[in-house]
Design a protein around this ligand. Structure first.
Ligand code: TRP
Length: 449
């Protein structure tokens, strides 16, 4: 089977694919929104701490298991299990991960569909198709279903082309484009009146908003979501890394890229909000906080673009291309999780597996679109606040408590012969064994009380 499995052809290819998975709506939408509603730099600081203290170790757990087993999540967890009970647990965690990631993909696809629709809106206006443009930005089930379909088709097309010719090829094209567009947009927004005030709100901590437990929960949830943890995404991408690679280093680079782009995105969104305010757009909600969530992306920013004349049309196109790219490089990493399982464990061809699972997820999307008010928020909360950290905890347990220590070290040593005497090996095992599980549990207790 090893011969037929895909592998990333270079370190750069893996970095683009994994950071493509990590960088998504979570960075450009979720992170700045969280910053805005949690006291600016205070959240930023907590977030950075949690990413490197908790999320990076958990990311390493997934990458190491994946590359060791060279298989999908279920088989990988089973292969490091030592007895019948842990094998059962492996299957349970593997399947729970696949269900979670399928549900995350379904709400993610709906939001990505909005991004796509808002990308076509300025194009339609440019072509004088004003009625079509209005339809594109009106929140109707028909529009939502159509754009779910288009976005899912894109995701399926990339994944059915495989690891090298699909995931790697598109990630290495799209991620550099994403960074260029982001930087250009920031440079442009900085020239507009009001931007500096936004930058200040972003970077100067407001400690009166820090002292609540909600901040910690939000920051941990954000960190796990942003690094795509707990559902086997990084495990599966790890399974496509060459044995010659130094895992702690490339895992660190992925975390750095993810954080770096989130911080950059904040430098776009926060100044843009204050520019919008300068232009007369309302940026505070009824309770006096900055407008966050869909209101920010689908109302404040479009109003800003509309107030900017012809430059606004260009800015809108660039911004929603940015969002679409960020979404696509993430959605493909989610779809790959169940697809790799079905291909390897049920001997189904890649194309068929991808189409089947893509169709299944589209069905769930449809269900959510038609029952939006009762399902959407609930699914987001259950998957990202409860399921993901809990599964992340189990990945830590597998690596630290179930898998034999020699096995773990042996895997890291491939591509990093001096691992045993490294700082990483002095700190990480303790972290993954005690500190990560405890911290996740503590956040859980907070969440439940
Ligand atoms: N990390 C991505 C983001 O920030 C989303 C993502 C991709 C994800 N794969 C995942 C989230 C797996 C949770 C689990 O938008």
């Amino acid at each position: 089977m090893a011969a037929t499995r895909g592998e990333f052809s270079s370190r750069f290819g893996f970095l683009m694919a994994a950071s493509g998975s990590a960088v998504g709506l979570g960075n450009i939408w979720g992170f700045p929104t969280n910053v805005a509603s949690n006291g600016g730099a205070a959240f930023l600081f907590t977030y950075l701490l949690l990413v490197f203290a908790l999320a990076y170790p958990a990311l390493m757990a997934e990458l190491i298991i994946g590359r060791h087993a060279r298989s999908n999540a279920v088989t990988a967890l089973k292969s490091i299990s030592t007895n019948a009970a842990s094998k059962k647990l492996a299957v349970g965690v593997g399947f729970a991960g696949m269900i979670t990631v399928a549900l995350i993909l379904s709400f993610y696809t709906i939001i990505s569909g909005w991004m796509l629709a808002f990308f076509f809106d300025p194009l339609a206006r440019l072509l004088g198709m004003d009625e079509f443009a209005q339809w594109l930005t009106r929140d109707t089930s028909t529009r939502n279903i159509i754009f779910v379909g288009i976005f899912m088709l894109l995701t399926v097309m990339v994944i059915s082309a495989g690891v090298k010719d699909g995931i790697e090829k598109w990630a290495t094209r799209l991620m550099p484009a994403l960074i260029v567009i982001l930087v250009l947009l920031i440079a442009y927004v900085f020239t507009l009146p009001g931007a500096m005030e936004g930058l200040r709100a972003y970077l100067v901590p407001d400690f009166s908003r820090v002292a609540n437990a909600g901040l910690l929960i939000n920051a941990l949830g954000q960190a796990f979501f942003s690094l795509s943890l707990g559902v086997g995404t990084m495990l599966v991408y790890g399974s496509y890394i060459s044995k010659q690679e130094n895992l702690p280093t490339i895992g660190g680079l992925v975390a750095l890229l993810d954080v770096g782009i989130a911080v950059l995105a904040g430098m776009l969104i926060m100044p843009a909000m204050y520019v919008a305010q300068t232009n007369g757009v309302e940026i505070y909600d009824d309770s006096g906080g900055l407008i966050a969530g869909p209101g920010l992306i689908l109302s404040v920013l479009p109003s800003l673009f509309n107030s900017m004349g012809s430059m606004g049309i260009l800015a809108a196109i660039a911004f929603f291309i940015l969002m679409t790219i960020a979404s696509l490089t993430s959605s493909i990493s989610m779809l790959e999780v169940p697809v790799s399982y079905v291909i390897e464990n049920h001997k189904v061809g890649r194309q068929r597996a991808t189409i089947m699972i893509g169709a299944g997820v589209t069905l769930i999307c449809t269900l959510i679109v038609f029952n939006f008010d009762s399902l959407f928020d609930r699914i987001v909360t259950i998957t990202t606040e409860y399921s993901q950290p809990l599964l992340g905890l189990f990945f830590c347990i597998f690596v630290a408590w179930i898998w034999k220590r020699d096995g773990v070290l042996g895997e890291i040593k491939q591509g990093y012969p001096d691992a045993e005497s490294s700082l990483f090996w002095k700190i990480w095992p303790v972290y993954i064994k005690f500190i990560c599980p405890l911290a996740i549990l503590m956040v859980y207790v907070e969440l439940l009380t």
